[in-house]
Design a protein around this ligand. Structure first.
Ligand code: ARG
Length: 467
C-alpha cells in the first residue's frame, strides 16, 4: 500500500479516494446536524455493550465521558469537522479515539453506520415531532380563542368564491381549527412508527455479539426494537410519512394564507394584520403587504417537492441499506425547518388578527346571502322547493335592479313574487336570523360556535393535549 486511505475502511483499498469523489460522497456538511442524537445513541450503545459484558465498566465510562465532552465541544462550536472523515459518525468516532485512545475504537463493536444513522434520524425526528406538536397546540389554542371572541361576527360564507350564505367568523376560524386537529392526529400517528429502534440491525443481518436490543431501546425511549434487521437499516418510510404530514399541514396553512391575503386586500378589507407581520413597498408608499401569509403559501411548494423527492429516493432501492439513503437528510431537515417556521409565524400571527366586523357584515348584506333562507321560508309555508327557488331568483333579480338586499324590500315588493310571503319573513331575512337559525352541531349559529370552541378547548386540556 503506497498511499494512506480512509482510516475507517481503508484496509482493503490500494489507492486513496479521488478528491472529488471524497467531496461528492461526504455528508458531514449536512449530517452534523445529527451530532447530539448520534452521541445519545452511542452512549446507549456503549451502556448496553457493558451490560452484556462486551465492554468493561471502565471502557464504558471512558467512552461516555469522552462523548459528553465532544457533545459540549460541538454545542460550543469548538469542534473541527473534517470532510475527509465523510460523515458525522466518523468525525465523532475519530475525535473520541483522539481523546481516549484505543478504547474509542471499541465503541463501534456490534453496530454499523447503517443502523447507527437510521437510529440517529429517528431520535432526531422524534424530538422534532415533539417540538412541532407543541407549536401546533399553540396555534390551535390561539384559533379557538379568536373563534370564541368572534362567535357572533357575521361575514359572507362563500362557495366558488361567490357570496353564498352568511356565516360567523368564529365558525370560519373553527373550520381552520378542524383541519389542524386532523393534522395533529396524523403527526402523532406518525410518531408511533418513528419511535422504533434500528440499532442492533448492524450492517444488515444483525450481529454475532450478545447484544440486548431491549435495553438499548429502553435507554433511548424507543417503544421497541425493530423486528427485522434488513428493514431496519433500509426503509425511510417514517421520514416520508412525516413529510406527508407536513405536506397536508402546509396545504392547510396555505389555504388559510390565501384567505388572509384576500381578506387584507382593500377589496375585501375583512381583517387587519398588525404591522409587525407585514412589510411595505420601496416604491409605493401606500402599500402594506401580507408577506407572512404569502411566504407560507409559497413555502408549501418546497415541502411538496421534498415529499416527491423522498418517495422517489426510496422507490427502487433493493434491500438493504444503499448509499442513496444519505439523500434523505436534506429534504427532511428542510421540511422540518419549513414546518417549524410556518407554524411559529401562524401561532404568533393568529391571535393578532383584527376582524373588521362592519366590513364583513356589509359584504354579507350586499350579496343576497339570505336568499336560501327565503327559499326555506317558502318551503315551510308549503311551496315546493323548486318553485321557491324560482320565486327567490326573481326577487334577487329585482333586488339587483333596484339595488336592494332582500331584507331591505317592503312586504309589498316581496309579495309581487309570492302571495305566500307574510310579515314574519323579515325574521329570516336578516343576517342575524339567518346564522342563528343554523343551530345544530356543526352549524354556524353563534351559540354553536361558542359550544364548539369550548369542546375544542376541553379536548386540548386533556393530558395528551388530545385531539
Ligand atoms: N452517511 C451515511 C448516510 O447518511 C451513513 C451510513 C453510511 N453507511 C455506509 N455503509 N456507507 O446514510
Amino acid at each position: 500500500m503506497s498511499q494512506p486511505t480512509n482510516q475507517s475502511w481503508g484496509g482493503r483499498f490500494s489507492e486513496p479516494t479521488d478528491a472529488f469523489v471524497e467531496r461528492f460522497t461526504a455528508s458531514v456538511n449536512f449530517d452534523q446536524r445529527l451530532a447530539h442524537h448520534d452521541i445519545r445513541g452511542s452512549i446507549a450503545h456503549a451502556t448496553m455493550l457493558a451490560g452484556v459484558g462486551v465492554l468493561s465498566g471502565d471502557e464504558r465510562d471512558a467512552i461516555i465521558a469522552g462523548l459528553e465532552e465532544i457533545d459540549q465541544e460541538i454545542a460550543e462550536g469548538r469542534f473541527v469537522w473534517s470532510a475527509k472523515l465523510e460523515d458525522v459518525h466518523m468525525n465523532i468516532e475519530a475525535r473520541l479515539t483522539e481523546k481516549i485512545g484505543i478504547t474509542g475504537k471499541k465503541l463501534h463493536t456490534g453496530r454499523s453506520r447503517n443502523d447507527q444513522v437510521a437510529t440517529d434520524i429517528r431520535l432526531y425526528l422524534r424530538d422534532a415531532i415533539d417540538a412541532v406538536d407543541s407549536e401546533l397546540l399553540r396555534l390551535r389554542t390561539g384559533l379557538i380563542e379568536l373563534a370564541d371572541r368572534e362567535a357572533a361576527t357575521i361575514m359572507p360564507g362563500f362557495t366558488h368564491l361567490q357570496t353564498a350564505q352568511p356565516v360567523t367568523f368564529g365558525h370560519h376560524l373553527l373550520a381552520w381549527h378542524e383541519m389542524l386537529a386532523r393534522d395533529q392526529e396524523r403527526l402523532r400517528d406518525c410518531r408511533k412508527r418513528v419511535n422504533v429502534l434500528p440499532l442492533g440491525a448492524a450492517a444488515l443481518a444483525g450481529t454475532t455479539y450478545p447484544i440486548d436490543r431491549h435495553v438499548t431501546a429502553e435507554l433511548l425511549g424507543f417503544e421497541r426494537p425493530a423486528e427485522n434487521s434488513l428493514d431496519a437499516v433500509s426503509d425511510r418510510d417514517f421520514a416520508i410519512e412525516f413529510t406527508a404530514f407536513a405536506s397536508l399541514l402546509l396545504m392547510h396553512l396555505s389555504r388559510m394564507s390565501e384567505e388572509l391575503v384576500l381578506w387584507t386586500s382593500a377589496q375585501f378589507a375583512f381583517i387587519d394584520l398588525p404591522d409587525r407581520f407585514c412589510t411595505g413597498s420601496s416604491i409605493m408608499p401606500q402599500k402594506k403587504n401580507p408577506d407572512v401569509p404569502e411566504l407560507v403559501r409559497g413555502k408549501t411548494g418546497r415541502v411538496y417537492g421534498h415529499l416527491m423527492g423522498l418517495l422517489t429516493l426510496m422507490k427502487s432501492q433493493p434491500l438493504a441499506y444503499n448509499k442513496d439513503n444519505q439523500e434523505d437528510k436534506e429534504p427532511l431537515f428542510d421540511t422540518l425547518d419549513t414546518v417549524q417556521g410556518c407554524l411559529k409565524a401562524f401561532a404568533d400571527m393568529v391571535p393578532a388578527i383584527e376582524a373588521k366586523a362592519d366590513n364583513m357584515y356589509e359584504a354579507a348584506r350586499r350579496g343576497f346571502s339570505t336568499a336560501t333562507d327565503l327559499a326555506d321560508y317558502l318551503v315551510r309555508k308549503g311551496v315546493a322547493f323548486r318553485d321557491a327557488h324560482e320565486i327567490v331568483g326573481q326577487s334577487v333579480a329585482y333586488g339587483i335592479d333596484q339595488k336592494k338586499d332582500l331584507s331591505e324590500m317592503s312586504l309589498d315588493e316581496l309579495r309581487q313574487f309570492s302571495e305566500t310571503i307574510g310579515e314574519d319573513v323579515f325574521e329570516v331575512l336578516t343576517l342575524e336570523g339567518s346564522v342563528a337559525a343554523r343551530n345544530h352541531i356543526g352549524g354556524t349559529a353563534p351559540d354553536q360556535v361558542r359550544a364548539a370552541a369550548q369542546r375544542a378547548r376541553d379536548a386540548l386540556a386533556q393530558p395528551h393535549g388530545a385531539l
